[in-house]
Design a protein around this ligand. Sequence first.
Ligand SMILES: C[S@@+](CC[C@H](N)C(=O)[O-])C[C@H]1O[C@@H](n2cnc3c(N)ncnc32)[C@H](O)[C@@H]1O
Length: 269
Amino acid sequence: MDLGFSGTVTDFYHRYRRGYPPAVVDTLARTLGLTANDTTADLGCGTGQLTLPIARRVRSVLGIDPEPDMLAHARNAAAEQGVTNVDWIVGADRDLPALLRDRPALGAVTIAQALHWMDPGRLLPELRPFLRAGGGIAAVTNGEPLWLQDNAWSRALRGVLESWLDTTLTNGCGTDAASQQHYRDLLTAAGFEVTPATVEYTGELGIEQLIGGVYSAFSATQLPSPEERPRFAERVRDALAPHAPFAEHVRVTMLIGRTHGSRPCTIDG
Ligand SMILES: C[S@@+](CC[C@H](N)C(=O)[O-])C[C@H]1O[C@@H](n2cnc3c(N)ncnc32)[C@H](O)[C@@H]1O
């Protein structure tokens, strides 16, 4: 399967994609009632941005992603950080029933910035039998794409990208209100009690970080070649220079669905 998360794109993803602040992991652990005895799955785990901090809170994690190159970075990051309780598994949303069938029930399935790649209408009801009593699902987004934010530098970036790719860019990758409502409705229809939560923070990006972040979002076929990259980077620098510094407001959203009748509890409660 070629989703575009392969080759050099994954290097950029690993290096430049935002991680998740501790408040996000705290909120997930608390609301999902995760304990140190739990196993969770992180579906669409990518290079492990959410997998690794969750792994520090639970007994073990299944990090599942269809892209071997993403998993290779995740595996290296885990080794560098001394995280040893993650099984990295090549697989997609449709493979979950087969992957989970003979395993102990899960405390949670997290899906971070990845549900828009899946078939949530089929997936979410399918996951219920694999969750322990009181277990849940968290659909997480990690801020709007760099080129869709409501500020001058982001609009300038969108202009450069739309002209470079000769297209119009509108896809919020699951962060937009309509997608959030859709996911919430699907979780409810699948029998989950949904608690929405957000963590917001403001950060400042350097121009290299910004260009790296854009490269991380190209598919492998869209990524400018090494020879083209200086020209692309110059266009971005020229268009954005008048709008420095590049502050961004990041809104991490979580739709946390638990089985009915289960009460949130604390990690040590
Ligand atoms: C934008 S990345 C998110 C990675 C990571 N979870 C994060 O929060 O940064 C989306 C990930 O979803 C994976 N993905 C795409 N289609 C998928 C599918 N059908 N099932 C599971 N994962 C999928 C991609 O390979 C990629 O690693």
